[in-house]
Design a protein around this ligand. Structure first.
Ligand code: SF4
Ligand code: SF4
Length: 170
């Protein structure tokens, strides 16, 4: 290697070294951008979309009327609903209008209901869910909405399938 070339490469290396050192020194005194997760957490944006959750009325009853729209629109087929009716018990007095409801005819004997559909079971597979928010958008009852929860740590795939109880608590 000739001397001129050698000198040039030494100058290049020193220049790069100085640029690197400048970056190191300038960031050394700055506040770190990393956080000690999970002890520390970053502030979530106001409109952040986490996993979907089920909403309830004031009397803690489910808002969902099992219309199946969310299940139909879900692009990842994460929602599985089984339609059912809430049994209010024999003491429940149906109004005249409720008695006219033909859907009551389809109920099994001994089930007392107002004729409105409710989910017998409502499951969301969180491993499939892509948090797109379509289910929230399509729901006519505001029964499902996006929570701010985004963590999912499970040992088996079955544990990632959330039923009604878990979905209410999200
Ligand atoms: S957020 Fe999207 S992917 Fe998740 S359950 Fe709702 S529609 Fe399906
Ligand atoms: S959550 Fe909403 S869209 Fe989904 S079945 Fe219930 S009422 Fe229909």
């Amino acid at each position: 290697m000739d001397t001129k070339k050698e000198e040039k490469s030494v100058i290049e290396i020193s220049k790069n070294l100085l640029v690197g050192l400048k970056t190191t020194i300038s960031t050394f005194f700055r506040k770190p951008v990393t956080v000690q997760y999970p002890r520390e957490r970053l502030q979530i944006a106001e409109r952040f979309r986490g996993f979907p959750k089920l909403n309830t009325n004031q009397d803690k009853s489910l808002r969902c009327v099992a219309c199946i729209l969310c299940q139909t629109v879900c692009p990842s087929e994460a929602i599985k609903i089984v339609i059912g009716y809430v049994d209010y018990g024999a003491e429940y007095e149906l109004t005249e209008r409720q008695k006219m409801n033909h859907s009551l005819d389809k109920l099994e004997k001994g089930i007392y209901n107002d004729g409105r559909r409710h989910p017998f079971s409502f499951e969301i597979d969180m491993l499939r869910c892509i948090c797109c928010g379509y289910c929230e958008e399509i729901c006519p009852e505001e029964a499902i909405s996006m929570s701010d929860k985004y963590e999912l740590a499970v040992y088996t795939r079955d544990e990632a399938v959330y039923g009604i109880e878990k979905l209410i608590k999200l």
